[in-house]
Design a protein around this ligand. Structure first.
Ligand code: HEM
Length: 506
């Protein structure tokens, strides 16, 4: 470290102490801040609460400090809300005020300072991006255009499993094949492209870059530079790696997918309107001058981040719960046999005609919520929430997992019991009609991908249950469902081996 840097650091620390002192004075006087642990200068509550602010730890704090509390993470304010009423206020009643997203140095790199849609602040740019993305991605017409592709991909999984003798003996890590399926579902939709196998070189490259992007953006490693801005110079090396990954990734999207599609469109001359894939619509918006080339690439980036793994985790959790509850697996199989007829393979329109399948999916998304704290929200300006002052640019987390797992609101929430959604919770939908249950959020920033995710999960779980008896691996009576909880996700820790018994003969 050179001398200048030390000097700057000390100077910065000095100012940080002054700011922290002013802040703590303000806390006592002007602002009525939400309750929370007493912060210390510079670090705030960071040293007390640590980095791992997952949904379970935040639930423990909610029990201590209440349904709304404030943590000072260095110079950043983190407000956590943990009741349906507060969630309604943040997502719906004050949806505009709290409709922005927090950014930090790392997200700024991966999103080109908010040139995307998922991580941009609430305003003109977000509205434009959401409008442009709706027609290619988020309508029922898109579902109808893509459903045969999703059905074909699920069928390909079933066929591959049937061909693999290991599947019925010692079992296989089914997740790997399902991951390829999810990439194919999304790449068919975006670019009319698919990857032949798990060994496809382009697929491997793409998957590795996506994984690296997730790791870098979700890591705790850069928190110190984010929470204490004056320490940012020490993040130089980390940010350099982020920039490299971001550039490689956008270049790959451009070279192998977007440019390829442009070439194809120019040779075909724009006929075949009905066969357009999502990127064609996005490129049209670019041609009209509504967005630039970077925006196009960030749309591709957002779909890679938001659509593939979230849906995959949910399918993986669903499989684990069905294996650990064989009676539920059998009940689902019987429902499909009865309503569709034995051997009639489930298709997209069937998914909504099977109440027990819907209940199994809802229960999976409740107990094993893929994005348990939603994507962090932010208020651009000073705001009020249930009588408390929320300083501008606070990060707002809605603990959606706790809302859906709080015994004060749910009967035995720790039990995996799909029947609850046919009995006492029959009116609760995934779309956010009840603020106790928000697997896709609610309001302006809620997940537009719900329209795709629900049928994809339904087709995939449905086909697996129709064609196989899914069991834990030999010597185990259950699948290990230990959670890997991060800042943004709730995944299964171990990608378990699953036994898939020979296809039932019809
Ligand atoms: C089971 C699968 C999925 C789950 C559980 C899920 C969940 C969520 C959640 C919780 C949010 C944030 C809501 C908020 O902050 O209030 C979100 C945002 C988003 N999701 Fe999903 N999602 C899934 C699948 C998808 C798919 C398949 C797509 C696209 C094809 C998608 C696209 C998006 C986008 C673009 C946003 C950002 C919306 C905005 O900021 O305005 N998601 N999702």
């Amino acid at each position: 470290m050179d001398l200048l840097l030390v000097e700057k650091t000390l100077l910065g620390l000095f100012f940080a102490i002054i700011i922290a002192t002013i802040f703590s004075k303000l806390r006592g006087k002007k602002f009525k801040l939400p309750p929370g642990p007493i912060p210390v200068p510079i670090f705030g509550n960071w040293l007390q609460v640590g980095d791992d602010l997952n949904h379970r730890n935040l639930t423990d704090y909610a029990k201590k400090f209440g349904e709304i509390f404030l943590l000072r993470m260095g110079q950043r304010n983190l407000v956590v809300v943990s009741s349906p009423d507060h969630a309604k206020d943040v997502l719906h009643t004050q949806g505009v005020e709290f409709g922005s997203r927090t950014r930090n140095v790392v997200f700024d790199i991966f999103t080109g300072k908010g040139q995307d849609m998922v991580f941009t602040i609430y305003g003109e740019h977000w509205r434009k991006m959401r409008r442009i993305m709706t027609v290619p991605f988020f309508t029922n017409k898109v579902v109808q255009r893509n459903r045969s592709g999703w059905e074909a991909e699920a069928e390909a999984v079933v066929e591959d499993v049937k061909k693999n003798p290991e599947a019925s003996r010692n079992g296989i890590v089914l997740r790997r094949r399902l991951q390829l399926m999810m990439y194919n579902n999304m790449y068919r939709m975006m670019f009319d492209r698919r990857f032949e196998s798990e060994e496809d070189a382009l697929y491997l490259k793409l998957r590795a870059l996506n994984a690296e992007r997730s790791r870098l953006s979700q890591s705790f490693e850069y928190n110190y530079g984010d929470f204490i801005p004056i320490l940012r110079p020490f993040l130089k090396g980390y940010l350099k790696v982020c920039k490299e990954v971001k550039e490689k990734r956008l270049q790959l999207f451009k070279e192998y997918f977007v440019d390829e599609r442009k070439k194809l469109a120019s040779t075909k001359g724009g006929e075949n309107d009905g066969l357009k894939c999502a990127i064609d619509h996005v490129l049209e918006a670019q041609e009209k001058g509504e967005i630039n080339e970077d925006n196009v690439l960030y749309i591709v980036e957002n779909i890679n981040v938001a659509a593939i793994e979230t849906t995959l985790w949910s399918i993986e959790w669903g499989i684990a719960e069905l294996i650990n509850h064989p009676e539920i697996q059998q009940k689902l199989r019987t429902e499909m046999d009865t309503i569709l007829g034995p051997g009639v393979q489930i298709t997209e329109p069937d998914t909504t005609k099977l109440p027990y399948l819907q209940a199994v999916i809802k229960e999976t998304l409740r107990l094993r919520m893929a994005i348990p704290l939603l994507v962090p929200h932010m208020n651009l300006h000073d705001a009020k929430l249930h009588g408390y002052d929320i300083p501008a640019e606070s990060k707002i987390l809605v603990n959606a997992w706790w809302l859906a797992n709080n015994p004060a609101h749910w009967k035995k929430p720790e039990e995996f019991r799909p029947e609850r959604f046919l009995e006492e919770e029959a009116n609760v939908e995934t779309s956010g009609n009840d603020f106790r249950y928000l697997p896709f959020g609610a309001g302006r920033r809620s997940c537009p991908g719900i329209i795709l995710a629900m049928p994809i999960i339904g087709i995939t779980l449905g086909r697996l249950v129709q064609n196989f008896e899914m069991l834990p691996p030999p010597g185990q009576d259950k699948i290990d469902t230990t959670e890997k909880a991060g800042q943004f996700s709730l995944q299964i820790l171990k990608h378990s081996t699953v036994v898939l018994k020979p296809p039932r003969s019809f």
